[in-house]
Ligand binder design. Structure first.
Ligand code: DOR
Ligand code: ZN
Length: 447
């Protein structure tokens, strides 16, 4: 519905806006942004100085449907997105069956539409069945509207196959998103090859298993000219390679997930499967290198790699439990509390890495609230402190290593296409008593 957001403090670097703003929303789009819009004929939401950001865009999530509904469904994943301030997510194709044909992709889109909570952009499988043996029907997948290709969860071992996939993706104008890991080095490993892993006697995943694959992908990019995006970069060696690539003019973007920015290998101490992920949490010097790369612009995207798993799966012993942690409902408060409040990242840089830059990599709308843009936004109560509690997650996955953390930067309203999807932690269609938008606004104080 049409409405006016009043009294907000907008940060929209793409529109060079930082400060008080009124935002007029009509027909799902931003019609005007101004310090003062004057009398209007639409309902008004008074934000009392809260922060307004363009809706967050997560270019790396696992929604698990089809096939993994015990861990997540498209609807529950989208509810988690809305709760976390994300208005759009790109979902990885390692479902069962994989997103390697038009029907599978169409089905995801249909279910996302009926959930109606966040924009969902499927990523197509790079190889058939994620088997790493032959290229998927990339042209068909592109016709179905995938926003990139990836075998995420697995590397593409065959360099020649990756080379041809890059050439084809270039023709299709879509990015290749690479999970960089040399399985001949890492296979069987479950933790970083560092002090903690060795002390616990666990099989390890050395940093070099990522770095050699990063190097290969960068060289293949140079050879093909394809658009390359590196998923979940985790080591200082990868950062050094990105620095080299920047000097070479290699067309690459890279993402870091929140967990390696705030945790190290020590988090797996006590065989904590909620901190088991691939790539694994690494050493303090890796953590510092990732943070520097994010602050310095070598890494331009923060993506969550939201990887929900069922409780029975995560309760298995450390060797058998699956890799992955959830991220959608903690990413913004983590970055807000740990980076923005500490002066390590500006609000504008936060918006760029969590919204504008991933939108640009995917080639989708978003990342700005300039007039004409979709009215996708998040309102943040920057001062309110809360405790992370997995029991409150909308995600079916409760596997977070941040349980009990005290954070600020809580999203309190998420709007997609002018429609309120989350208000004060309640998600439309999920929470009982989620009021209709007009009832929310008419004659009531929202905040
Ligand atoms: O931790 C991870 N979880 N890393 C991956 O590469 C895959 C993901 C998953 O699908 O659970
Ligand atoms: Zn992933």
């Amino acid at each position: 519905m049409d409405l006016l957001l009043k009294g907000g403090n907008l940060c929209d670097p793409r529109a060079s806006w930082e400060g008080p703003a009124e935002i007029l929303v009509r027909k799902g789009r931003v019609e005007a942004v101004s310090p003062s819009i004057g009398p209007v004929d639409v309902p008004i939401i008074e934000l009392h100085g809260k922060t307004v950001l363009p809706g967050l865009v997560d270019m790396h999530v696992h929604l698990r449907e089809p096939g993994g509904e015990a861990a997540e469904t498209i609807a529950s994943g989208c509810a988690a997105a809305a709760a976390g301030g994300f208005t759009a997510v790109a979902c990885m194709p390692n479902t069962s069956p994989a997103l390697d044909d038009r029907e599978a992709v169409a089905c995801v889109r249909q279910r996302a539409d009926s959930a109606g909570l966040a924009r969902v952009y499927p990523i197509g499988a790079l190889t058939r069945g994620l088997g790493g043996k032959e290229m998927s029907a990339m042209w068909n997948l592109a016709q179905e509207g995938v926003k990139g290709f990836s075998d995420d969860g697995m590397p593409v071992i065959d360099g020649g196959l990756m080379l041809r996939a890059m050439q084809f993706a270039l023709l299709l104008g879509l990015p290749v998103i690479s999970h960089c890991e040399d399985l001949s080095i890492s296979s069987g490993g479950v933790v970083h090859a560092g002090t903690c892993g060795y002390r616990q006697g666990l099989p390890v995943i050395p940093s070099v298993s990522e770095a050699v694959m990063v190097a290969r992908e960068l060289l293949l990019q140079k050879h093909t000219g394809a658009r390359l995006h590196l998923a979940h970069v985790s080591t200082r060696e990868s950062v050094a390679l990105l620095r080299w690539a920047a000097g070479e003019g290699i067309n690459v973007t890279a993402e870091v997930t929140p967990h390696p920015l705030f945790l190290t290998e020590e988090a797996v101490e006590g065989f904590n499967t909620d901190a088991k992920m691939n790539p694994p949490l690494r050493s303090p010097s890796d953590r510092e290198a990732l943070l520097e790369a994010l602050r310095g612009g070598l890494i331009t995207v923060v993506a969550t790699d939201h990887a929900p798993h069922s409780l029975p799966d995560k309760e298995k012993d450390f060797l058998s439990a699956p890799f992955g942690v959830v991220g959608l409902e903690t990413a913004l408060p983590l970055l807000w509390t740990m980076l923005v409040e500490r002066g390590l990242l500006s609000r504008a840089e936060l918006v760029n890495c969590l919204s504008a830059n991933p939108a640009a990599v995917l080639g989708v709308p978003g990342g700005t609230l300039a007039p004409g843009a979709p009215a996708d936004l998040v309102v943040v109560d920057s001062g309110k402190e809360f405790t992370v509690d997995r029991e409150n997650f909308y995600s079916r996955g409760k596997n977070t290593p941040f349980q009990g953390w005290r954070l600020r930067g809580l999203p309190v309203l998420t709007m997609v296409g002018g429609d309120i999807k989350m208000w004060k932690g309640r998600v439309k269609g999920f929470s009982s008593h989620f009021p209709e938008t007009d009832a929310l606004i008419t004659g009531r104080e929202l905040f």
